[in-house]
Every structure is written in C-alpha cells, then in structure tokens.
Design a protein around this ligand. Structure first.
Ligand code: NAD
Length: 428
C-alpha cells in the first residue's frame, strides 16, 4: 500500500512539469488568436497616457512665498475656508496629494523634535516638516514664541506641542532634534541675561544628552554673533571672531559659542551626529512685532524708521523660507559644519530704510539715534561652504520678502488694536 502511494506521488511529480509548461503555451496561442494581443497592448498604452496626463506629481513641493499670504488670511477667514487653505498650504497648493503617492514611494515620516518651535523661525520649520509628513513635537516655554504660530497644526495627529523649558531635561523618542530654543533678539535676550546663558548652555547640554541617549541627529541653530564685531569681512566659518566676553550681549554671543563647543565635544567624545548652523539676520512673517530687531522696527506701523549711529553699519537679511531650506538641507546632509546661513546681499541701515520707503511707505520718515553698545559695524556671510557642500543659497530678494512681512505685521497690529478695544470696553 505504502509503496503504491509512493509510486503514485512520484508518477504525479513526473507528470506535473508537462502540465505546468503546457499552460503558458495554451495561453500564448489563445492571445495570438483574433488579435487579442493587439487589444491588450492598445489598452495598456491608453492607460499609461491617461495616468501620465491626469495624475499630479507625486512629491509635494511646498512653494513658500505665495502661501504665506494664505497663512495670514487664515487667521481672519471662516474656519471652513481656512481649513481648505490650510490643506493647500501643507500640500504646497497641489490639493490632496498625500493619497496619490504610490505606496512604494511614500516617504516614511521621521520623528522630529523642534525646541523653540513656537517661535519665528521654528514655526516655519515646523510647517515644512509637517508638510512632508514628519511627526513633529514642538518643545517651547513660550518666552518669545506663541501658540498662535503653530495652532494651525492642532488636531493633526502628527503634531504635538509640549510646554517645557529646555533648561530642564526631557526624554522623547525621536530621530532628529532641531535645537532652536533661545530668544534671538537683543531686547529679549538682554531681558534676563542669566536665563539666556542658562538656556544656551544647560538647555543645549540637555538636548545633546537626549540626542546621545536616543541616538538622534542634533542640529544647533548658532548665530553670526559668534563672530562678534568681526575684524574679517565677509565672515568665513574658519574665522574665530572678535567677541567681548563681559559685555551686555555676551550672554547670547558667548552662550552660543559654548553651545557650539558642547555640540562638537558630544560629536567627538560621544559620537553624536551633530550639525551646526550659524544664522545671519533673518526676517519674515511671525517675527515678534516689538522685538527691536531692525527689519521689524522698519516694517512696523507708521513710526519713523530708526537708524542707529550714522546708519553706515551694514547687515545682510535673509527671508525665513531660505533659512528653513538651509536648515533642512544641513540636517539631511552629511556635513557637521559650522555653516553660515545668510544672505550675502549687503545693505547699510540707511539703504534698508530707503528700500522700506520705496516698497512700503514713501512717506516714512528716517530718524537717527545714538548707536547701542557692542552693535557690530559690519556683518556679511561668506556662504561658499554652504553653496558647495549643501547646494544651498538664498533665493528671496529683500524687495520680494519685505512686503510679505509687512502684510503679516499689519494684520497682527490691526488684530491687536481690535483686541485692545474689546478689553478696554469690557473693563469700563
Ligand atoms: N532670527 C534670526 O535672525 C536669528 C539669527 C541668528 C540666530 N538665530 C537663532 O535661531 C533660533 C530661533 O530664533 P527666532 O528668531 O525664531 O527666535 P524666537 O525668539 O522667535 O524663537 C525662540 C523660541 O524659543 C523659545 N524659547 C526660548 N527660551 C526657551 C527655553 N528656555 N525653553 C524652551 N523654549 C524656549 C521661545 O519661546 C521661542 O518660541 C534661536 O536659537 C536664535 O538664536 C536666529
């Protein structure tokens, strides 16, 4: 009995290949008859043409500038319209692109923490990260940032906001850490200098400790202030700077220099993957209205344009979308840095005031005031390194970016005035 079964199985095994190879031949004969193959090929061709013509590009590319105006209008529009605009902003104005990305090509979202993500630069960075599908956690103590800057992401499961001071440790499971937490304008960082240096030193230590513990990549937003009042012009990354260690700006300048030192020591000593960006003057929507920084001073209301000293000190101004692009390229790339991220187009304060007059308010008056202590005379980035190694350079000219910022400022100032009226009427 057993041997009969064994025999049958062997017999079947021997017959199977013939049956197996017979089927394709039958199928080929079937296809070749009555021009069936031609119909199949024509069908495939029509489907390919239709797919190419009617499906959008699968990768959403946020186009930053036009959408800032959408963002601004969101604050005042009805919620449904705001919702649809929000979707447009997040997808770069390409409709609901997310669902049409072929499964195999869909980018796996990273888990990213942005400290200071409710601030000016941080909130724009968060918008870009969210738009590409990352899971973003904002850690902020709201010293200079505000919930308003990120509230358009509330309700999105990929977004979390944690009120936390980076001076205290925090444990989060993430892949990337963008460490921005630190007041950036002199008015704010001089307000409590000891807290500023603590944020820069202890805060950076805490976030580097986190990066080491969870194996995350860490990006520090340092500053052009590490060059102090530079004796070299333009400033190259290899220049060590000319900083006053005991001046009123030292809490920030020296704080950032120490933060860079810490980043490099964690890199060398603990193999933490670090990235260092030295950011030059940046402007754009969502900047603090009354932070005393030069562009916001100029864009604000119809007060005279204040020029300190003789107005011959120069600055370079980059639009925030350019900076965010640079930060992301730096984080994704393989170079530690430091990298200068700024716009080398140089303006004297007086020239800037004139651009404001030309593009915004021809009747604006220019007022001269005495210079502030340790105000650097010249600052201009050499961005050769970023161009070569990150393939990055700024794209938005001052004349293009300034009106976008002014539009945002005017809307917020108008909102403030309405709120003031409500408050005063309710207390009367
Ligand atoms: N904007 C510029 O021109 C510029 C230039 C050079 C460097 N930078 C650097 O870029 C980063 C962002 O600057 P910004 O212009 O967006 O400034 P910002 O003041 O608008 O944002 C800083 C954010 O950090 C938060 N923050 C401050 N201290 C904190 C703390 N201890 N714990 C948690 N959160 C804290 C603030 O609430 C705010 O949301 C800063 O590190 C700044 O030094 C900015």
């Amino acid at each position: 009995m057993t041997s009969e079964l064994t025999y049958r199985r062997r017999h079947n095994e021997m017959e199977q290949p013939a049956a197996y190879y017979g089927k394709p031949m039958k199928l080929i004969h079937y296809m070749l008859r009555e021009q069936r193959l031609v119909f199949v090929l024509v069908g495939i061709a029509i489907a390919t043409v239709a797919f190419t013509l009617f499906s959008p590009s699968p990768i959403p590319i946020p186009i930053p500038i036009p959408h800032y105006s959408d963002q601004l209008s969101m604050r005042s529009e009805s919620s449904s319209l705001a919702q649809s605009r929000r979707i447009e902003y997040l997808t770069g104005g390409m409709g609901s692109v997310g669902g049409k990305i072929p499964l195999g090509l869909k980018r796996k979202g990273l888990r990213v923490v942005v400290t200071g993500g409710a601030g000016f630069v941080g909130s724009h960075l968060v918008d870009r990260l969210m738009a590409r599908g990352d899971k973003v956690i904002v850690v902020d103590n709201f010293f200079t940032g505000s919930k308003e800057n990120v509230m358009h992401h509330f309700g999105n499961p990929n977004f979390e906001l944690i009120r936390h001071d980076v001076v205290e440790p925090i444990l989060l499971e993430v892949d990337h850490i963008y460490h921005l937490a630190c007041p950036a304008s002199p008015v704010h960082y001089k307000f409590n200098p000891v807290k500023t240096i603590k944020t820069n030193v202890v805060g950076t230590l805490n976030m580097l400790g986190l990066a080491k513990r969870v194996g995350a990549r860490f990006l520090l937003t340092s500053t052009s202030e590490v060059y102090g009042d530079p004796l070299q012009h333009p400033q190259v990354e290899t220049y060590w700077g000319n900083v006053n260690p005991i001046g009123v700006r030292s809490c920030y300048d020296e704080g950032k220099r120490t933060a860079e030192t810490l980043a490099m020591d964690y890199h060398r000593g603990a193999n933490v993957e670090v990235r260092i960006a030295r950011i030059f003057n940046t402007y754009g929507p969502r900047m603090c209205i009354d932070d005393g920084r030069v562009v916001s001073n100029f864009a604000l209301r119809k007060e005279p344009l204040t020029v300190y000293g003789d107005g011959k000190q120069t600055r370079s101004f980059q639009f925030v979308s350019d900076l965010v692009e640079g930060l992301m390229r730096l984080m994704e790339g393989e170079h530690v840095g430091p990298f200068n991220l700024g716009n080398p187009g140089e303006f004297t304060m007086l020239e800037l005031a004139k651009v404001v007059q030309e593009t915004i308010d021809p009747n604006a008056k220019i007022e001269f005031r005495p210079n502030t202590e340790d105000d650097p005379h010249k600052r201009k980035p050499d961005i050769t390194k970023a161009k070569e190694l990150l393939g990055w350079e700024p794209k938005v000219a001052l004349r293009q970016g300034l009106p976008l910022m002014v539009q945002d400022f005017r809307q917020r100032v108008f909102g403030d005035q309405k709120q003031d009226t409500t408050t005063s009427s309710s207390t009367e």
